[in-house]
Design a protein around this ligand. Sequence first.
Ligand SMILES: *Cc1c(COP(=O)(O)O)cnc(C)c1O
Length: 391
Amino acid sequence: MMAERFPIDKLQLIETPFYYYDTELLRETLDTIKAEIRNYPGYEVHYAVKANANPRILKIIREAGLGADCVSGGEIKAAIQAGFPAGSVVYAGVGKSDWEINLGLDLGIGCFNVESLPELEIISALAKGRGTTANVAFRINPNIGAHTHPNITTGYAENKFGIPMRDMESMILHAAELPNINFVGLHFHIGSQILDMDDFIALCNRINELQDQLELHHIAVGSINVGGGLGVDYHHPDQMPIADFRKYFRTFTKFLKLRPGQTLHFELGRSVVAQCGSLITRVLYVKQGDFKKFLIVDAGMSDLIRPALYQAYHKIENITSDKPVETYDVVGPICESSDTFGKAIDLPGSARGDLMAIRSAGAYGEIMASGYNCRSLPKGYFSDELEEYVD
Ligand SMILES: *Cc1c(COP(=O)(O)O)cnc(C)c1O
């Protein structure tokens, strides 16, 4: 039981389920990122807003000086509202609608990460119509696998993302002829929850090859964007609260051959916010099944869908009991068998009313919540603001 992480007296007073964010850990994580890139003036980290767009989280990340990586017009709006400078926004996505492109053009966002030829032509036409110029990078599909869950790999040729490598050069040459398009660089993103640096080394090697090829044809590239994907330790949130950013950035420094003057962009989501968030839920019932005991809690897959969607592991703790350990399946109230947070979990003996923390839930948690079963969306509470909520 890691109860000291949680101000239990205060959490007891808040209606469950809810997300609880440790802002101190978030700031430490951001400080670590900043310290690791301090010696590399050409490095720029954009926070992947899709991991968590809670306004307070965005504000803290913006205050730390990160840029924003968006995948929809709504995310661009959320980023701007939180104070991210438009020039720091990069915008990816295979299906950008006209209003989203126009929004990016009107705000003057830093870069559109373009994923197809038809998209490039629409951006060119819309930019021309508005008398403005769009900075574009091409998202190249490097046909590299990340050793992670199949639903979160994006860099294989069979995935819907990016432009095939064989079309890279013709796209760049075509862009040079389009009005109101400014080609700035190449973009990649191979997947998420990547802990094996070999995957990033493979990406570096691929980018080096592509850059050699472009250099042969005297095509200049201003920036390289290697996307995000650094994983976190879901099994040891207390021992490894901050991802190994040193190892991550040094992998690129060592293996990626940047050309003179090139900037290097990163788009980190999960590794920035996952560990600072927990889903706090209360035990409703302890039910004895034929073969096992079920701990039925008041949070469900509508609050945190990762276990149901990706068979994702989250550490589960009972933060208010210190009784002898028993083994439970921890399940939610929703009418789906996949509404299960963990099977055969050893926990202190648990009873109705106990508070549970589902850890490492800061990324792809609150933002993926839905109203399924007509449930309310969970709220987010912050460690440095608890006094205000409970007074
Ligand atoms: C999701 C996404 C990211 C962030 O991925 P993480 O695994 O959360 O770091 C970065 N770039 C793009 C284009 C994405 O779609």
